[in-house]
Design a protein around this ligand. Structure first.
Ligand SMILES: Cc1cc2nc3c(=O)[nH]c(=O)nc-3n(C[C@H](O)[C@H](O)[C@H](O)COP(=O)(O)O)c2cc1C
Length: 169
């Protein structure tokens, strides 16, 4: 799929088939995340790959908007390492860039995915840290649910000229 087409047609997919995702596609999605830009090229991210059905179900129970994890064959938690990058605002931006890269890569491979917000919701951060035994210096930032799509989402044109300011506001 062309990059332009992928950017325009990516949508949040929340219904998945049970079909397993091949290892090499999972690695490519992770590679896409790690190719993201980051402040001072610190690459402060870690990724927790979750395929265990019981764990995916448990996460869907502690996150109020993650019901689709009950169906998804794969979840990836994107975390920031405060030992590598001490400025939380940069961690959030770096991990968000990684997350979007991963969503686009998944879409390009014919998979569907959705971004699940974690940071800055304390309850979600604490619950995920506990469930996944994440050390103190690591902050869960976002999660993606991934699978072969079981719904079709159409293109939605969001181009809005009113939000563009040329040369000055
Ligand atoms: C920071 C962030 C947090 C989000 N959290 C959730 C979430 O918890 N659950 C969910 O189903 N979708 C979540 N989304 C997906 C948005 O609802 C979705 O991107 C938006 O409605 C636009 O739709 P689209 O992705 O199909 O273009 C999140 C997106 C972002 C960027």
């Amino acid at each position: 799929m062309e990059l332009w087409e992928a950017i325009l047609t990516r949508r949040s997919i929340r219904k998945f088939k049970s079909q397993i995702i091949p290892e090499e596609l999972i690695e490519k999605i992770l590679r896409a995340g790690m190719q993201a830009p980051s402040a001072r090229n610190k690459q402060p991210w870690h990724f927790v790959v979750i395929r265990n059905r019981e764990m995916l179900n448990k996460i869907s129970e502690v996150h109020p908007y993650a019901y689709m994890l009950k169906e998804a064959p794969l979840g990836i938690l994107i975390c920031g390492d405060t030992n590598i990058e001490t400025t939380i605002e940069y961690i959030v931006q770096d991990c968000s860039a990684a997350t979007q890269n991963m969503l686009l890569a998944a879409h390009g491979f014919g998979l569907g995915a959705v971004w699940l917000g974690i940071y800055p919701r304390e309850q979600r951060i604490t619950a995920l840290k506990e469930l996944l035994q994440i050390p103190n210096h690591i902050i869960p930032i976002a999660m993606i649910a991934v699978g072969y799509p079981d719904e079709i989402k159409s293109f939605e044109d969001r181009f809005n000229p009113e939000r563009i300011h040329y040369e000055k506001w």
